[in-house]
Design a protein around this ligand. Structure first.
Ligand code: SAM
Length: 165
């Protein structure tokens, strides 16, 4: 690292700032679109907690391979799907109403691994979305029929948004 490259702390601040800005943006976009919210990558529950604040009266379903979030930042067990996304997202098909918003926060420090996951994640998410619903993600996701959106400007971290067809 040299003096001009961002520190790990600065990169984390940039990432979390981008997440908050995109979730706030998404909330404004789907205010009038009914349907549950999907948190794909519950992790420590930070973004779940923000989604719960933005959508106090919506059902929020969370997915992860394990529970690492404190109780106040995780959904009740009936809305928590633990296991590999491949299985849990597929199992949700037909069991919940079409989703207004999916936040896919599945990234790791291995960009190549994440790109591989993105290939199979996108169709699994697409199958759960309402037409016009928003998909916000920490890694690029694309599907035929989805329209990429620019999202908020002026951020120092790349985040992604698309409107489902
Ligand atoms: C970046 S973290 C999520 C952070 C979280 N949104 C927060 O704000 O605290 C990504 C999470 O996705 C989970 N994950 C990644 N790939 C997965 C997969 N294929 N199946 C289930 N969980 C997965 C990881 O275990 C990790 O908890």
């Amino acid at each position: 690292m040299n003096d001009t490259s961002p520190s790990r702390l600065e990169r984390m601040i940039a990432r979390l700032s981008a997440q908050k800005a995109f979730l706030d943006f998404a909330a404004s976009q789907v205010r009038d679109l009914p349907g549950p919210i999907l948190e794909i990558g519950l992790g420590k529950g930070r973004t779940f907690s923000h989604l719960a604040k933005l959508f106090p009266s919506r059902e929020i379903y969370a997915f992860d391979d394990g529970l690492r979030a404190p109780a106040d930042s995780a959904p009740e067990p009936a809305r928590l799907a633990l296991g590999d996304f491949r299985l849990t997202l597929a199992a949700m098909r037909g069991r919940i109403a079409p989703a207004a918003l999916a936040h896919a926060d599945f990234g790791s420090e291995d960009r190549g691994f994440d790109a591989g996951q993105a290939v199979w994640l996108a169709p699994l998410i697409a199958a759960l979305m309402a037409p016009g619903g928003l998909v916000v993600s920490d890694r690029a996701l694309s599907m035929p029929g989805w329209t990429p959106l620019a999202g908020p400007e002026g951020l120092e971290w790349t985040y992604h948004a698309a409107r489902a067809g």
